[in-house]
Design a protein around this ligand. Structure first.
Ligand SMILES: Cc1cc2nc3c(=O)[nH]c(=O)nc-3n(C[C@H](O)[C@H](O)[C@H](O)COP(=O)(O)OP(=O)(O)OC[C@H]3O[C@@H](n4cnc5c(N)ncnc54)[C@H](O)[C@@H]3O)c2cc1C
Length: 462
């Protein structure tokens, strides 16, 4: 079936809904909403971008699009890496930037009510005044709606979990324009199907989220950080496994290869030993408890063969390290001017982390590609930033094949094709293998909620 296009009259109707200043058909505005951080581009360019400001406006837009099968793609900050918000088949892009209000902060209930276009960093600034924070932390300038779309997580997942663990209630507009309230304000509930969780990670393919009630955590009083170096990736991964196995709960446990440390030293003047490295972070209620935990973790690292362990870093040094870790992607791009990034993202059961790390290093060598592996080791999540020339078919082909090999191995190890970046376009080829018959069930859910297939078409399903 063909995709619909807005007629002149429908464009006028959209303008009447959002206001002329909140609609654009201009080339540069459409260009901006056609891309994310990946290299995927629309097959059919989008026709119009609208910036509604209420669930009712989105409902009215969908009521125009649905009967005519015009694609509608929600867009947050566009920081995805797998083509998730790329409007593949044209149509209407719903830019959520005017959903920018923090509606309520209820410190006594550890909850906040926010609109979907609020940036999580801005939210955390506001929450900080109440001694609270929203823990999922993807690093990039993501919005709450985009984080819900991709079930984003990040460096602190190991202790705090992912976005799905924090969404209590939300307002969603369905493809037919119906506005639904789902979930409750209780932090636990056994009441029926968990619809909120169904929408988290659905990448805008089941409905458009306009508002969410989020669970919050208290900002811990004390922090500590450490850096450990290892002669092999195997030894670093073994230390990660032992730390988890003995029940310690670091807030972050990040692994960086020696090559990456060398690159960060050059780019950011870190002065670290250029070995395979673990960044560790702990948070707690008392300094004494933190010191004890760090002492025991140091023993475990040394038993795993650590070359060095630098505990109890001061606040400035800790901030510098974490800033470098957050900026890893930018540093890699900076070090390879003119080259294109391709980011791999897989997750495996924690006991198989050493294996996937070793295998990844081999694959990079064997395919003759430039790639920097690093990852949220504590939850078995591995990233590789490959750098190459996307217009060079031969070189880019080697990068794509290296990525395929890593994803295939992650699946063989019982893992997933995407730990946190979502399926988008890039991970579709692996969905059948990962989910088998249950992918069919996902398709049935999609056609029940969006029978015309207008919401972010061409995503998630191969
Ligand atoms: C340098 C860098 C580092 C990153 N590190 C991490 C990381 O550590 N962890 C991690 O999880 N991710 C990471 N990401 C990926 C990305 O930042 C996250 O997935 C983020 O949550 C995307 O948010 P966004 O606002 O940019 O959403 P977008 O990219 O705009 O959209 C994401 C998806 O959600 C949908 N969507 C957007 N808004 C809504 C809405 N209101 N209702 C329904 N659907 C909606 C879109 O259609 C799309 O499918 C990183 C990205 C970069 C560039």
């Amino acid at each position: 079936m063909e995709w619909g296009r807005c007629s002149e009259k429908e464009l006028k109707d959209l303008e009447a809904i959002v206001g002329a200043e909140n609609l654009s058909t201009g080339e540069s505005a459409l260009g901006l909403v056609s891309r994310d951080e990946s290299y995927y581009t629309p097959k059919i360019p989008p026709q119009v971008v609208v910036m509604p400001a209420s669930a009712e406006e989105i409902s009215a837009i969908l009521k125009i699009a649905n009967p005519r099968r015009i694609p509608v793609t929600a867009r947050g900050a566009g920081t995805s890496i797998e083509g998730n918000p790329v409007p593949l088949f044209g149509g209407i892009v719903v830019d959520m930037q005017r959903f920018d209000s923090i509606i309520e902060i209820r410190p006594e209930d550890f909850i906040t009510v926010v609109e979907a276009g609020v940036g999580y960093k801005d939210l955390n600034k506001a929450l900080g005044r109440h001694g609270l924070f929203f823990p999922p932390d993807p690093g990039a300038a993501a919005t709450i709606g985009g984080m819900i779309g991709n079930n984003a997580s990040g460096v602190r997942t190991i202790k705090y979990g992912a976005t799905k663990d924090y969404v209590l209630r939300m307002t969603v507009v369905l493809a037919n324009g119906k506005i639904m309230e789902i979930g409750s304000l209780a932090t636990k509930s056994s009441s029926g199907y968990d619809l909120a969780r169904l929408f988290v990670g659905s990448e805008g393919t089941l409905g458009i989220v306009t508002q969410a009630t989020l669970r919050l955590a208290g900002i811990p009083a004390h922090h500590s950080a450490a850096v450990a170096t290892f002669p092999t990736l195997q030894a670093a991964a073994q230390a990660v496994f032992d730390i988890m196995r003995w029940g310690f709960s670091p807030t972050a446990l990040e692994v960086l290869t020696a090559d990456l440390v060398q690159m960060l030293n050059r780019d950011r003047g870190l002065g670290l030993r250029e070995e395979h490295t673990l960044f560790l972070e702990f948070q707690g209620a008392s300094e004494i408890a933190l010191e004890e935990e760090l002492g025991a973790v140091q023993d475990l690292c040394q038993e795993a063969g650590a070359l060095s362990f630098q505990p109890g870093l001061g606040i400035d040094e800790r901030n510098k390290l974490w800033e470098a870790r957050y900026e890893t992607y930018e540093s890699i791009k900076h070090t390879h001017p003119g080259a294109d990034p391709f980011v791999a993202d897989v997750a495996v059961p924690i006991s198989r982390y050493p294996e996937i790390l070793e295998y990844t290093a081999e694959i990079i060598r064997d395919h003759g590609v430039t790639g920097y592996p690093f990852g949220h080791a504590g939850d078995g999540n591995l990233h590789v930033v490959f750098m190459g020339d996307a217009s060079d078919e031969e070189e880019w082909g080697r990068i794509v094949r290296a990525n395929e090999a890593i994803v295939s191995r992650a699946l063989e190890l019982g893992g997933t094709c995407t730990g946190e970046h979502g399926v988008g376009i890039g991970k579709q080829p692996f969905m059948e293998r990962e989910h088998g018959a249950s992918l069919g069930l996902m398709r049935e859910i999609k056609s029940l909620l969006d029978p015309q297939g207008i919401l972010n078409p061409g995503k998630v399903f191969p």
